[in-house]
Design a protein around this ligand. Sequence first.
Ligand SMILES: [Zn+2]
Length: 93
Amino acid sequence: MRQEELMRRALELAQRAEQEGEVPIGALVVLNDEVVGEGWNRPIAAADPTAHAEIQAMRAAAKKTDRVSLAAAERPGGAARRARGGARRFPVP
Ligand SMILES: [Zn+2]
């Protein structure tokens, strides 16, 4: 999957957070070019200060892939940070 498509999806998730009154952040976990986890900020809705987009995405990915280690995260670029959305890669050893 191309980086632009991943960013577009992360931004859609950020938009979803915004529509729900949350800080607009979306996150994806990609494994072998496949999205295995998605998340958007929802600390308010979940009444949980840890319900950040990236945590939600990692929980979904762990559930889907049955993995407990998501090592070596790639940080999103400057544009991603400015847009408050991110596509991160977690190559799994
Ligand atoms: Zn966060």
